[in-house]
Design a protein around this ligand. Sequence first.
Ligand code: PLP
Length: 409
Amino acid sequence: MGKWFGEFGGQYVAEVLKPALLELENAVSTIIPSKSFQDTYAAMLLEYVGRPTPLYFAENLTRQLGGAKIYIKLEGLANTGAHKINNALGQVLLARTMGKRRVIAETGAGQHGVAVAAAAAKLGLSCEVYMGEIDVQRQQPNVFLMRQFGASVKPVADGTRTLKDAVNAALKEWVRDPDTTAYVLGSALGPYPYPDMVRGFQRVIGDETRRQVLDQTGRLPSELFACCGGGSNAIGIFTAFLDDPVRLTAVEAGGTGNAPGEHASRMNGLSKTGIVEGYKSYFLQDDDGQIQPTHSISAGLDYAGIGPELAELGRTGRVVFTSARDGEVLAAFQQTARSEGILFALESAHAAAAAFKKVPHMDKNDSIVIHMSGRGDKDLFITAGALYTEEWAKFLRQEADRLERQAER
Ligand SMILES: *Cc1c(COP(=O)(O)O)cnc(C)c1O
């Protein structure tokens, strides 16, 4: 807890950022624990987010796989479709309580941007989301959603025009006007106090799961599976179980192979310790320390670094890391849809893929929990494009023609 997780974490930032981070640290230790903040946040989690999200016994999958009982934490039923809203709402509420009028955020695939935009709409703050130009082009559905929530999407034309350039642009804007503005970070990483604060807002997932699984089965599960990008959904569900005899498995993006640029597995020995974006952790980098490109079929797991707390939990072995390849992930997505009528986000389908490999070898009296961090509607263009390539290409061409004809009239 706190600023360091073993040797990982810390606050490696330029002097100009320090006053804003200090103000945030003070707010985290005084405002967040206060009764009025906790009451307001709890009421919004209940009424607006739709908590508690169900823990669901997947009877059909359990029968098919013939091993441990499979439970699924349906976090994807939260408003806006994923766990990210817990953190976005917490940070935007904190910003409002601190008297800020505007929130800014970075986003890569757009999921965090959508959650922040929704929370800002709900709480009446203005919202700007910084997004690399390339990401703006390839993530139009999320750009559309952010705009519907009233956010202004700021395309960033610097550098590689992707996430890390968006982070830099957002930080620059924060430093320009820290009095009126709060910076809302999207995963359990970045400089202190972000990893601590984000875990604090996401741990509700594990607290609920622990109560639900004890209610439903009378005992603890033997294993939890969660996917791991930056690590916020994984640390969110794992935290409540850290002192229990429960195996905690984090699943990274195995992509298409082990060569640089084909995956985003930071914890399989391919990454190196480094200091990037204000904190120390494992990063996929080349011999010169340059961040390497990554790949994943899911938009949310292709980050080159990993949150500092999970880096330390992985180093000590308390959290076990594995990965799932793109093909296995698509197969798990289809299997959960056909067997249970549940559409997993591709990120969450990584956790399902790893669990499905293990479950047949486990005892029937054991139970496991798969964290469905998000639902899969958002991935329609990727999944449909991969599973029905020609039909989907034809459909998109038709739609493009229709829009062009409409524009000409
Ligand atoms: C963003 C996202 C992730 C990855 O982020 P973490 O911080 O690792 O949780 C996982 N699942 C879904 C559905 C997401 O939107």
